[in-house]
Write a protein that binds this ligand. Structure first.
Ligand SMILES: Cc1cc2nc3c(=O)[nH]c(=O)nc-3n(C[C@H](O)[C@H](O)[C@H](O)COP(=O)(O)OP(=O)(O)OC[C@H]3O[C@@H](n4cnc5c(N)ncnc54)[C@H](O)[C@@H]3O)c2cc1C
Length: 565
């Protein structure tokens, strides 16, 4: 047996890649190599393991130096400069950094995918894959999995903090009914928000690569190894060229499965000469295969938050990130139902300031704006050129503005229910991000600042001035509110769609409904990049579902073609 030859090379050990590698290697005669650019730390460090998300603030777990143009310019105004954009580089990918919101999206989202040419990806086609990866601790029946690797659970209402309870009451007074099972009842309403964790730990897709899976002789995990390009022979992909701790290597396989994420996968294709001919020519890359959809159709959820300082008696020290939220329909012209989500953030950080400050957000879950990813040459080097283009479609900004009005309304009502709640608009994201890094010095700074917030009124006012502004005047100033929302809205970490699924023959599709790259042999994609459109939910579980479904199809295709596995 050739020990350097694999049946599959899976590139990227993220939400989808861990699932793909785990499932493919269940067949002992199938040799799988999982390549990850980031570290593989076993056992998971405390910051990743924590059920309260902390690891997103650890710079060692991110792609260094990644920047993106975040927002499309407003009419008549210059484009804002690129800003840092967080993407995971660690075993588990986004699953190791995420907030652990465990939504699936709505059945209509998947029916829309199928309508866009992704045959077999309608709700009935994806539900079995969701069920196989989930272990729902609260609900059973035909809509929920009971035996999968990822626990899904909700907090009981009596466990919620006074802030979560008060905002929930404001939602219900506004006419929204309580929805206990947001992954099975898809109406608008006040949701008990599902989480993918256990009381003492996060559970990401990396859990599928447990000790037993790692002991499989047919599975190799190569961490700290960045794939630089695909090896191509005629129209077949035959392997990858990678750099491991400064050393180049070439590894070969019968099939390569790209799971490098919606930002990483299109870059790898472009570096390998696969993509829109004009983009390749512009970056001086020798073309291998003209595929117009690569890097296009990039979608993301935009979000905005207002915060509230919670008085001493109403805090939940060391509480969960979230308990509840609101799914609602903006009803703006041309916008689909259930297009918005409001997360109630119970505790904004792991430290003493986070215990004192809560937040309420508005997210556009069905955005119309689309961006793109390309490569440009800087000093002879190819670098990512990412344009998220949030608000390129004015309907997305309009919904954010309306959502901000709602946030203020609900927080105002909550402050009647929780005496002493002080609402403010956070404007110092850089300071918040710096303090979020889990370091002893940040714990001390947060404790001192927290004491100031609990101190005399003049100290509290000064501390709050450093953190944000009083939002009330914005709501009497249409233009001022629009400026505020445009400036302070931010992308969630849900990039998707940059190598989308579609029918063979659709010029915008990159993969066919069996996840095979159109026009090439030996290459598949299974990650968030293949979503034809974003789902109305956070993207971790949907991406794990993609990995699960893709792996099943690869195994079926192998069985049919008589390949070894
Ligand atoms: C901070 C943060 C918070 C989030 N919160 C939530 C949440 O609460 N709920 C939710 O549902 N979703 C959440 N998400 C989104 C979710 O994590 C992503 O949608 C999901 O991880 C996407 O999965 P993926 O497999 O497509 O890519 P990823 O999980 O990003 O995995 C891609 C992997 O490929 C590796 N890679 C990339 N390029 C290469 C290369 N050239 N060579 C080798 N390896 C490479 C990367 O290092 C990475 O580990 C969050 C994401 C982030 C970053």
């Amino acid at each position: 047996m050739d020990h350097d030859y694999h049946d599959y090379i899976v590139v990227g050990a993220g939400a989808a890649g861990c699932v793909v590698a785990a499932r493919l290697s269940e067949r002992r005669d199938c040799r799988v190599l999982l390549v990850e650019a980031g570290a593989d730390i076993v056992p998971e460090p405390a910051s990743i393991r924590s059920p309260y998300p902390v690891s997103h603030a650890v710079s060692a777990y991110r792609w260094p130096g990644l920047a993106a143009r975040i927002k499309a310019p407003r009419p008549g105004q210059p484009a804002p400069p690129p800003a840092p954009y967080l993407q995971p580089r660690i075993m588990g990918g986004g699953g190791s950094l995420m907030g652990m919101f465990a939504f699936r999206g709505l059945p209509a989202d998947y029916d829309e995918w199928e309508g866009a040419g992704a045959a077999g990806w309608g709700w009935d086609g994806v539900l079995p894959a969701f069920r196989r990866i989930e272990r729902d601790l609260d609900f059973g029946g035909p809509l929920h999995g009971q035996a999968g690797p990822v626990p899904v659970r909700r907090h009981r209402r009596e466990q919620w903090s006074p802030f979560s309870q008060a905002v929930g009451r404001a939602f219900e007074e506004d006419g929204y009914s309580f929805v206990a099972d947001a992954n099975g009842d898809f109406a608008d309403g006040h949701l008990a928000v599902p989480a993918s964790n256990l009381p003492d730990r996060r559970v990401s897709s990396a859990a599928m690569l447990d000790e037993a899976a790692r002991a499989r002789p047919n599975l190799t995990i190569l961490a700290d190894s960045e794939v630089q390009r695909l090896l191509v022979s005629e129209r077949r992909i035959v392997g990858v060229a990678l750099m491991r701790r400064g050393e180049p290597a070439e590894l070969r396989a019968r099939r390569v499965v790209l799971c490098a994420g919606a930002i990483g996968t299109p870059q790898l294709l472009l570096r390998s000469g696969i993509g829109p001919a004009s983009d390749l020519a512009g970056a001086g890359i020798t073309p291998v295969h003209n595929l117009e959809g690569v890097g296009r159709n990039l979608a993301n959820h935009p979000a905005i938050y207002l915060s509230a300082l919670v008085p001493r008696g109403a805090r939940q020290r060391r509480g969960a990130l979230f308990h509840n939220g609101l799914r609602y329909s903006s009803r703006l012209p041309g916008c689909p139902a259930h297009d918005m989500f409001m997360p109630v953030i119970n505790r904004t950080a792991w430290h003493a300031l986070g215990d004192r400050v809560t937040a309420l957000g508005a997210c556009v879950y069905k955005p119309f704006s689309r961006g793109r990813i390309g490569l440009s040459r800087v000093g002879g080097r190819l670098v990512a050129d990412i344009d998220l283009a949030l608000f390129a479609d004015g309907r997305d900004l309009d919904r954010m503005i309306e959502g901000t009005r709602r946030i203020f309304r609900y927080l105002t009502r909550a402050s009647e229910l929780v005496t002493g709640l002080v609402v403010f608009a956070p404007t110092n994201a850089r300071l918040t991000a710096r303090l979020a890094e889990p370091k002893a010095i940040n714990a001390i700074v947060a404790r001192v600042a927290g004491a100031a917030l609990d101190g005399p009124a003049f100290l509290r006012r000064r501390a709050l001035r450093n953190a944000g502004i009083d939002p009330a005047p914005l709501f009497d100033d249409e233009a001022g509110l629009a400026d505020f929302v445009y400036r302070y809205a931010a992308p969630m970490y849900h990039p998707a769609g940059s190598c989308r699924l579609g029918a063979d023959g659709d010029p915008a599709a990159v993969v066919d409904p069996r996840c095979r790259v159109i026009g090439l042999d030996g290459l598949s994609i299974a990650d968030a990049s293949i979503m034809p459109a974003l789902v109305r939910g956070n993207t971790n579980l949907p991406t794990m579902m993609i990995g699960e479904k893709a792996a099943a199809m690869l195994r079926e295709d192998d069985a049919q073609s008589g390949a070894r596995s």
